[in-house]
Design a protein around this ligand. Structure first.
Ligand code: 13P
Ligand code: SF4
Length: 425
């Protein structure tokens, strides 16, 4: 078994993207910002969502005791509880999950246990919001640490997207509240939001004939969108949008970047009229660390190496890789490889280390030599999991995520479209 990311960070702080990662996540819960591992350019999370401090006894509890307490609470709660875990969660958390998957699979998993009173979501905020929207009204969704957000999701806020939509619709000479189909039966534009976005933006898509996508079904979703509209406004991840549309044959000149701080997003009206995909200026700070140089170095050291990366990586990195896909696709790629294969992976380190441990007869390594977990996924420490579960046993629900019904109703329209757009094999 390889060392956990926690151990690696503690043992080799000089090789981590930020030595402060060796500290507990509760040390960052009350300070502004996303904490170590995030990029300087990341927008700060909403301070209102700051949680109270984790009770000190859970901060001080040794890992084996936390493990035993989680097991005991799970046994007491039985069928009343389901724990969902994203692939990027640390091993100490993932071992307690009833379902492990990518964001598309976890959205489906939230639907699949209507008998559970509580869904504990070991992932990030937008995933828990989605679970709340898709689950039955009487089910409670808990995010063990409310500070587990996503810096990319925060790069598109509701008012900037509304403003952009108004400017874009004005350019096309259509009513932003009622973009009717033309003689061809197509809308001038429709919005597509990546799953990594707030419930408010999913609701925006639901209200404007749009849809949600994940990294696993993005091409199915873009096909759906182009059957209904001439253009797409894609937010917040420019890289997923560009990589997916490029693979479908959309020329780069027809994919202008939309910078929300500039008039017309920094484009001319002519560019907007020619566009097929307007790409919001967002990115993931974990995936933009991967470079073509890292791939060239891996190939120079071992010409037989295979490279797979997540489509949140910049386009030149995806182009230089042998394959790109969601976290589930990465997992399947490795499972389908042969003993002795060497595979360089461009995604989050917890997942890469777990795959390396699962397939010890292959050489599986992270392309980025510097240890850098997703700093917000990392905030779901087993201390938080033990705390919320023991509180549930005591009849207390902490850190519940509840999306306002008037937002949820529209967001669900866009999410139901997403669930119907199955990932390609
Ligand atoms: P997946 O849908 O591939 O799980 O990606 C979610 C995510 O946040 C990756 O950074
Ligand atoms: Fe967000 Fe990137 Fe973390 Fe995924 S890896 S949750 S996109 S910050």
């Amino acid at each position: 078994m390889t060392a956990s990311v926690n151990d690696l960070i503690t043992l080799t702080p000089k090789d981590s993207c930020n030595t402060k990662l060796a500290a507990g996540p509760w040390d960052f819960d009350t300070v502004p910002g996303y904490g170590p591992g995030s990029s300087q350019a990341d927008r700060l999370p909403d301070p209102v969502s700051r949680p109270g401090q984790l009770p000190e006894r859970y901060q001080l509890m040794p890992e084996p005791e936390l493990h035993e307490r989680i097991l005991a609470a799970k046994a007491t709660l039985g069928e009343e509880l389901v724990i969902l875990g994203h692939f990027y969660q640390r091993d100490e958390v993932i071992q307690h999950a009833d379902f492990v998957g990518d964001s598309f699979q976890l959205a489906n998993a939230a639907l699949s246990k209507p008998e559970a009173k509580t869904i504990v979501f070991c992932g990030v905020h937008f995933m828990a919001e989605t679970a709340d929207i898709l689950s039955a009204p009487e089910q409670a969704v808990i995010l063990p640490n409310l500070a587990a957000g996503c810096s990319m999701a925060d790069m598109a806020d509701e008012s900037s997207v509304e403003t952009a939509w108004e400017e874009i619709c004005e350019t096309y000479g259509v009513d932003p509240e009622n973009t009717l189909p033309d003689a061809e039966g197509k809308l001038p534009i429709l919005p597509v939001t990546y799953m990594n976005s707030s419930a408010a933006l999913k609701a925006f898509c639901g209200r404007h004939g749009g849809i949600v996508c994940t990294s696993s079904n993005a091409s199915t979703v873009l096909e759906w969108a182009f059957e209904r509209a001439h253009r797409v406004l894609f937010f917040p991840d420019q890289h997923l949008g560009r990589n997916t549309a490029k693979a479908m044959g959309v020329p780069l000149e027809q994919m202008p970047l939309w910078n929300p701080r500039k008039a017309l997003g920094g484009n001319t009206a002519e560019q907007l009229r020619e566009a097929k995909v307007l790409l919001w200026h967002g990115f993931c700070s974990v995936h933009r660390r991967f470079t073509v140089d890292q791939i060239s170095q891996a190939r120079a050291a071992d010409p037989g190496v295979k490279i797979i990366v997540h489509p949140e990586c910049p386009m030149p990195v995806v182009d230089a890789a042998d394959a790109a896909g969601s976290t589930d696709a990465i997992q399947k790629f490795i499972a389908a490889s042969a003993p002795g294969d060497r595979i360089g992976v461009g995604t989050e380190i917890n997942m890469v280390n777990r795959l390396a441990a699962q397939f010890p007869d292959r050489t599986i390594f992270c392309l980025d030599p510097v240890i850098c977990p997703c700093s917000t996924m990392y905030r779901i420490h087993p201390g938080y999991l033990a705390w919320v579960l023991e509180e549930l046993v005591a009849g207390e629900v902490h850190n519940q995520i509840s999306v306002e019904p008037e937002v949820a109703v529209h967001a669900k329209v866009a999410l139901d479209r997403m669930l119907a757009a199955k990932p390609k094999a």
